[in-house]
Design a binder for this molecule. Structure first.
Ligand code: B12
Ligand code: SF4
Length: 479
């Protein structure tokens, strides 16, 4: 069968943040590359079109997909761009009424039947590395597929679900089909702007942070062998000439012994490569960071979230703040840059707690780069349940998923902070902590000139707000 897989453009709704989202989130779609690899292994012909990278809206993406003369079109979608995925599907159907359409990804995995819009013919719940190629085989042969787990479909207008799929053995998967991806994905790194490959050594996360949907998406942690991951990296460097790897795993250093073995193997290959990934501050130590830095680790992303101890307890981020500062200092000692994620509007947040977080960040010399997002209660998260029950001062304003964007848009109010306050604090907070000169260099390296100009613009807005409040003699917000 001829299969076309689509990644929707998702940054068009981000306004001024769209520039950053486009520039820094242009990543090879790894999930689709895995689906393409298993489909090719089963004998199908596949194309991947990344609407985000190519800047294609729903209409253009649908046209481009159909120009490939596919037998089936598959679309991936997270919650905030579910509407865009629906729009793409509607455009495909408008041009080719009989074209079979499948959808998969986090949104339908979490909401199942509830999200299964009539515009889609098939919905894939959970990891589809096993179900997708088998489904394609059956569709091609005109055979029944009801015994394949993880599929939503309609029979006489009634939605049917074949049941939850088993967790996939990720060691048995082929390497992602990178030959179907553009080689034009770039990322700013501490060693300059580089072409980028994405990779994963694990799926799943054992932690339960309340704002995160991972626990419902991947219930069981599974790992590949370090040997297989290094072999994949060697093939990427040799065959695709990409030398910077972004690990998409939830926790790069979840298994210390695994990582040390990986470092040993990588060292033996003597490959000139760099890599980065996300982890938790309590999953780092001196020996580990030193070993990783020695084989090419250049950046780690850490979830700080809030400096307020009570909020950290509520969101189940059970890592002492001091441990977070130590992790940053440890990375700095070994030349590894850190990027710290902070969230505003978490349960229990008030103007006072925002001020505490900002004061902490303004004074924390060990903490380098910081990004601010607005806490967003994605479906499947405990945060959404908390907001629904009105706990910790949360008030849910909308369940319009297209507004669940985290940047420049807030969908909850919390205690004395309205959604508008949170959006303003997101701008002002970031601007105020980037007044610190020691944060300018990493920002310049990562964001480039336009990024610096946008930060300057934010600073002007922030100083303008401060001045207005001062001239009015107001003391609305001291953050
Ligand atoms: C990498 C990543 C990104 C990258 C995506 C880059 C890219 N081109 O792929 C970037 C940084 C751009 C990003 C942005 C965002 N992300 Co994100 N991201 C991830 C992350 C860390 C890994 C995704 C991944 O590659 N997984 C590995 C592959 C193998 O899994 P997969 O993509 O889910 O695909 C499998 C199945 O879902 C299914 N499947 C998927 N699509 C399809 C399609 C068809 C046709 C079929 C049959 C099957 C199928 O089969 C695949 C193979 O098993 C996940 C967390 C996670 N652990 O998954 C969050 C995650 C997906 N992101 C999330 C969110 C919220 C966002 C943002 C909204 C955040 C923001 N505002 O900035 C945006 C939205 C845009 C977007 N594209 O998702 C949430 C989604 C929650 C939700 N309810 O939708 C997640 C789950 C994080 C979390 N734990 O809460 N993200
Ligand atoms: S935020 Fe990170 S550590 Fe927490 S549950 Fe999600 S993936 Fe796991």
């Amino acid at each position: 069968m001829r299969v076309v897989l689509l990644f929707p453009q998702w940054t068009q709704t981000y306004g001024i943040f769209g520039y950053f989202a486009r520039r820094h989130s242009g990543r090879p779609p790894l999930g689709l590359a895995y689906l393409a690899a298993v489909a090719e292994r089963a004998g199908h012909e596949v194309r991947i079109i990344d609407g985000q990278r190519e800047g294609l809206g729903p209409r253009e993406l649908a046209r481009k997909a159909l120009a490939e003369r596919p037998d089936i079109v598959g679309i991936t979608a997270a919650s905030p761009f579910w509407d865009t995925a629906r729009e793409i599907a509607a455009q495909v159907k408008a041009l080719a009424r009989e074209m079979p359409l499948a959808v998969g990804g986090p949104h339908i995995t979490i909401l199942e039947e509830q999200a299964f819009d009539p515009v889609f013919d098939y919905g894939f719940v959970g990891e589809a590395d096993q179900s997708w190629p088998e489904f394609l085989n059956r569709l091609e042969a005109g055979r029944a597929f009801e015994d394949i787990k993880g599929i939503l479909f309609r029979e006489n207008g009634v939605v049917r679900f074949t049941g939850m799929p088993d967790p996939v053995d990720i060691e048995a998967l082929p390497f992602p089909a990178r030959h179907l991806l553009s080689s034009d994905y770039w990322i700013g790194t501490p060693k300059g702007r580089k072409r980028l490959a994405t990779i994963m050594w694990s799926r799943g996360c054992p932690f339960r942070c309340v704002f995160c949907a991972t626990s419902i998406l991947s219930k069981k942690v599974r790992k590949r062998s370090p040997e297989s991951v290094v072999e994949e990296m060697v093939s990427v460097v040799c065959d695709f000439k990409e030398r910077h790897f972004l690990f998409e795993d939830d926790n790069l250093t979840l298994d210390r012994a695994w990582m040390l073995r990986f470092c040993d193997l990588l060292e033996r290959c003597r490959l000139p490569l760099t890599f980065e990934g996300c982890t938790r501050a309590d999953l780092l130590d001196e020996e580990l960071v030193k070993r990783m830095a020695g084989v090419g680790l250049v950046r780690l992303m850490l979830g700080l979230e809030s400096a307020d101890p009570e909020i950290r307890r509520i969101i189940k981020k059970d890592i002492p703040l001091a441990c977070h500062a130590e992790a940053n200092a440890l990375c700095a000692r070994h030349g590894v840059e850190t990027l710290n994620f902070v969230m505003l509007g978490l349960p229990g947040e008030t103007r006072e707690t925002v001020k505490r977080t900002l004061d902490y960040l303004r004074g924390a010399h060990d903490i380098g780069e910081v990004t601010f997002s607005i806490a967003t209660p994605y479906p499947g998260t405990e945060l959404l349940e908390m907001a629904g029950r009105g706990e910790y001062g949360l008030r849910l304003m909308t369940e319009d998923w297209s507004k669940y964007r985290r940047y420049g848009s807030a969908v909850m109010a919390v205690n004395d902070l309205s959604p508008g306050d949170l959006v303003r604090l997101q701008n002002d907070g970031l601007a105020s902590i980037y007044l610190a000169p020691w944060r300018w260099r990493p920002m310049w390296r990562k964001m480039g000139l336009l990024g610096v100009l946008l930060t300057l613009f934010r600073l002007i807005l922030y100083l303008g707000h401060k001045l207005t409040r001062w001239t009015r003699g107001g003391r609305r917000c001291s953050a």
